[in-house]
Design a protein around this ligand. Structure first.
Ligand code: ACM
Length: 547
């Protein structure tokens, strides 16, 4: 009797163990069945059409990288008599949200069904999360049925490559992280006061001059000195094409950001006529120790907001249109991000040209001039079939007619934009700024703020005060990764993990299916995944004061 009880208990515990899947983000519905499917080099992938090939290739690359084997790909429709196969199937979904998929695993086969190719890809992401953290050439997967779909259409991660520059290999790694968590947008912040990072053939000085600074402050702004080391880099157009394709192969859209009219010091250093005061030397922030030449226009060496911004002249608009022409040729995204944040009005106030423009265009003030600037750029991009996204400052002085607003100074901008029937992407600082500290005991330099993973997990992209009608304008949300204090890829990884895992569940999982205690159980396993991938992560979650 005792023995029977022991066997029973063992079976129950094995079953319970099998039921504890560690999928992040949590799928819409999961049912675990008895039995297993064994995946090995003998398993074949069945493709019904070329459309599934990207997902098949992804799974093979993953298997090869982590387990040292891959699967034979067979183009075939009839799976009836086959065993030991992984099948991609075109399925009519009950709820045809883009990216919805089903994953069915029985003893003979694993089947990923979807009505659209991104669904197959997300099914693959779920499947590979079931693989072991151990290099094996044969392993079992539990029999199960998963039905899954994303909550939000826009699921993004941003990366600032202006303050610090990251090599192409890391950008690809970052895109892989985005893919693993079923996100679909990489917002690439390419231009800043401290460096212009995109090759523009018509304006070679943007990268010859604008991509480099003569030094960088040491420590937290204004710093304790300067490292006196020339720093910089940029992406060639060929590299950008390679990255855009790499992302597209993972169903990720890259949205480039070309900042205007503020954060323009690097562009102005390259082409001083872009400033309202081309003859004036660049103003440095107070108490910053400067390295090298400080005459004329310079690329900034510390962080913050600077008053030398684009002058709204014909020269500038002609320049920006030419730049944007090359940007559009590289990035097929529907949206181009034009920045619009943190543009001091000091220079426009003291510029006779700007004051005259305000009068002749019958604008209210410098905020009206900012709105004129953004609207003129929007008109140009709209004429080329593209739409703009701007930070929430673009609300000031009047929103451009077709603009999407990225709400970063809290949720207010997003709420107001939705009221005005504009699309909104939520990126409020208090919840999804991954440059904030995730512990009260941070021992590296960070910008400030305190955003532990619990806060990220608890974020709700649709503010409670929004009406149901306005809520329809919320496309989704995104985490922003400003890199003033992230000099190396390892620091970026440390800042995004594990918070990115929490964000994925905010964006993908039904609100009513979210549960912190269940997530934190899966998170313990996720730390093993970070190790398995070979990525850094913050262990602040284990710090008792952060629990
Ligand atoms: C921002 O963080 N300045 C958009």
């Amino acid at each position: 009797m005792k023995q029977k009880l022991l066997v029973f208990c063992l079976l129950v515990s094995l079953r319970m163990h099998a039921q504890e899947l560690n999928l992040i983000p949590k799928p819409y519905r999961t049912e675990i069945m008895d039995g297993n499917f064994t995946l090995s080099a003998e398993t074949k992938i069945f493709l019904a059409s070329d459309a599934e090939e990207k997902s098949a290739r992804f799974i093979n690359d993953y298997l090869q990288k982590f387990y040292g084997f891959h699967l034979q790909i067979v183009k075939k429709n009839n799976t009836a008599t086959q065993q030991n196969i992984l099948v991609f199937s075109k399925t009519n979904m009950e709820n045809p949200v883009q990216g919805a998929y089903t994953l069915t695993i029985n003893r003979n086969m694993a089947v990923i069904g979807s009505a659209d190719p991104s669904g197959w890809f997300y099914g693959v992401q779920t499947l590979i999360q079931l693989f072991p953290f151990e290099k094996k050439t044969k392993f079992t997967l539990p029999c199960l049925e998963i039905e899954d779909r994303p909550r939000f259409a826009y699921r993004g991660m941003h990366l600032d490559v202006g303050r610090h520059f990251f090599p192409v290999d890391f950008i690809k790694k970052y895109i892989d992280f985005i893919a693993m968590y079923k996100m679909n947008t990489f917002h690439w912040h390419l231009t800043e006061d401290q460096g212009w990072r995109i090759e523009i053939k018509k304006y070679p000085r943007l990268t010859e001059v604008g991509a480099y600074r003569n030094g960088t402050i040491i420590g937290h702004h204004p710093g304790t000195g300067n490292d006196d080391t020339r720093y910089g880099g940029f992406y060639t157009q060929e590299q950008i094409r390679e990255i855009v394709k790499y992302a597209a192969d993972r169903y990720i859209t890259v949205i480039p950001e070309i900042e205007l009219p503020g954060h323009a010091s690097a562009a102005i250093a390259a082409y001083p006529e872009l400033s309202c005061f081309p003859e004036e030397a660049t103003r440095k922030a107070k108490n910053v120790v400067w390295s090298g030449d400080s005459t004329g226009k310079q690329v900034q060496q510390s962080w913050g907001v600077y008053p030398d911004v684009f002058c709204p002249s014909d020269y500038t608009f002609h320049f920006l249109e030419n730049v944007l022409d090359e940007v559009m040729a590289l990035f097929p995204s529907k949206y181009i991000h034009i920045g619009g944040d943190e543009c001091p009005k000091d220079n426009w106030k003291r510029s006779a040209f700007c004051q005259q423009l305000i009068q002749s265009k019958n604008l209210k003030d410098e905020h009206g001039l900012q709105s004129y600037f953004i609207q003129r750029i929007e008109k140009y991009l709209n004429s080329k079939g593209r739409n703009i996204i701007g930070w929430d400052e673009i609300l000031e002085g009047g929103l451009a007619p077709n603009a999407t607003v990225m709400s970063w100074r809290g949720e207010k901008g997003g709420i107001e934009a939705a009221k005005q029937k504009h699309q909104v992407i939520m990126t409020p600082g208090g919840w999804v700024y991954f440059d904030h500290s995730q512990t009260k005991h941070e021992d590296s330099v960070v910008i400030g703020g305190y955003t532990p993973i619990q806060k990220v997990y608890g974020y709700e992209p649709v503010p409670s005060e929004m009406s149901e009608e306005d809520a329809r304008y919320v496309l989704g949300a995104q985490a922003n990764v400003w890199t003033e204090y992230m000099k190396y890829p390892s620091k970026v990884e440390y800042m995004i993990f594990p918070r990115m895992s929490a964000l994925s569940e905010v964006l993908w999982t039904e609100k009513t299916h979210k549960d912190w205690s269940d997530f934190s159980r899966r998170l313990t396993n996720e730390f093993k995944r970070y190790d398995w991938w070979g990525v850094r992560s913050s262990k602040a979650y284990f710090d008792p004061v952060n629990q």
